[in-house]
Design a binder for this molecule. Structure first.
Ligand SMILES: *Cc1c(COP(=O)(O)O)cnc(C)c1O
Length: 405
């Protein structure tokens, strides 16, 4: 049986190749048009850049959008514009990409890790309140994998304690919580257009907000501290050049036109794949909360119980699944606070208080997700057909039968 596994030279369960990004001649034409015009840059953030910002703000149901070089910068500018001061604490989950926490340090603030809810892998609202101190100024909930955080509870807690809410929507373009687009619920929503993300121009980022003050400040910070109505060589704030190009904006407008349909398809396939995988012993798809959300499935995550797979490690399991033609991955190997950056406090010139120490931090659910449970399937397969989803389940069953025989 074992030699029928693709990893041992057997035939693959899935032979289709899943590409990302999806594009056609119209995307190429849009970029070519800009290339031929010679107007590649856009120091005034007008033209196609402004046009895309308008389209994206409208799509999210937000008043304003400010594009910038990447999702990390989007988060950092939003945090700084919220008025944090050195030494302020910012609550973040430890099961996320490094940028969610590192940009807090880059604003001279202190990331405070709050564990995830094992049902959803999003920050656990029950634990947020316990982490709030007199120094807490903001929270960065991450809609992890594209699944909406419990925003009603988060907004209730944060309004009680007067905290700013910056949604990390790097996985959640087009996702919804109770009919509202993710990113449009907190004070600001920050998106990434990096090449793996559900909306991409290779690199890029954007902040959406309804707050005119935040909009003006972020706009200034991404454009070397210039202000509305000011002169070209007149700089008011400590910003930098974080602008995107016309080439990126042209591509983003084309890609945005596909986003809603792609998100609906991933969501439908996700619901269907859940129904298949929950029947497999030792496999448990993550909960979809109360079902009032549109999940973007930037990552499709399920929990793996090795005791039902002859104690095969999840790393080996993910490699076997990958060999079967299902783009899969074991996900983050460790919680963020175990990264050398935090353990060794390699904070360079940033003014982080001496007493800050991450060696004793322990978020049990995040550790369990990293070390034992979480297996990730990448988003492009979620754009496949129902038959492709059937093959995902088939590949998992094939591995289970082989290792248990
Ligand atoms: C990708 C990502 C970011 C950062 O975006 P970049 O464009 O790579 O800077 C931030 N948060 C999360 C959760 C991400 O996955």
């Amino acid at each position: 049986m074992k030699n029928q596994l693709a990893i041992n030279g057997g035939s693959k369960t899935m032979n289709k190749k899943f590409v990302w990004p999806v594009f056609d001649e119209s995307d190429v034409d849009a970029v070519t048009e800009v290339a031929k015009s010679g107007a590649w840059g856009n120091p005034d953030c007008t033209g196609r850049v402004a046009q895309f910002e308008k389209e994206f703000a409208e799509y999210c149901g937000s008043k304003y959008a400010i594009s910038c070089v990447n999702g990390s910068v989007a988060l950092r500018l939003a945090l700084i514009a919220c008025g944090v001061k050195p030494g302020d604490e910012v609550i973040v989950p430890p099961y996320t990409f490094i940028a969610t926490a590192s940009i807090v340090l880059e604003a001279n603030c202190v990331p405070v890790f709050v564990d995830i809810d094992p049902e959803t892998y999003n920050i656990d609202p029950v634990q947020i309140e316990k982490a709030i101190t007199s120094k807490t100024k903001a929270i960065i909930p991450v809609h992890f994998a594209g699944q909406a955080c419990d925003m009603d509870k988060i907004m209730e807690i944060t309004s009680k304690h007067n905290l700013k809410v910056i949604e990390d929507t790097a996985h959640a373009h087009g996702g919804e919580y109770k009919g509202k687009k993710l990113g449009s619920i907190g004070d600001a929503g920050c998106f990434s257009f990096q090449s793996s993300k559900n909306l991409t121009s290779g690199e890029g980022g954007i902040v959406v907000t309804d707050d005119e003050g935040l909009f003006d400040m972020i706009n200034s910070l991404r454009n070397v501290g210039r202000v509305k109505g000011g002169e070209w060589y007149e700089h008011h704030n400590l910003g930098c050049n974080y602008r995107i190009t016309e080439l990126q904006a042209a591509l983003l407008s084309k890609q945005l036109a596909r986003l809603e349909q792609q998100t609906q398809l991933r969501n439908e396939n996700g619901v269907y794949l859940n129904s298949l995988l929950e029947k497999i012993e030792g496999i448990q798809p993550l909960s979809r909360g109360r079902g009032e959300t549109l999940h973007t499935y930037h990552i499709y995550i399920f929990k793996y119980d090795k005791s039902k797979f002859s104690n095969l490690s999840k790393k080996e399991f993910a490699s076997m699944l990958g060999a079967e033609g299902i783009p899969s991955f074991m996900g983050y190997p460790e919680p963020l606070y175990k990264q050398p950056l935090f353990k060794e406090k390699n904070f360079l010139c940033y003014a982080i208080p001496e007493e800050v120490n991450y060696t004793d931090v322990c978020c049990i659910e995040t550790e369990k997700a990293c070390y034992e449970d979480a297996v990730w399937i990448m988003q492009n397969i979620m754009l496949g057909t129902k038959e492709d989803m059937d093959l995902v389940a088939e590949a998992i069953l094939k591995i289970q039968q082989a290792v248990n025989s």
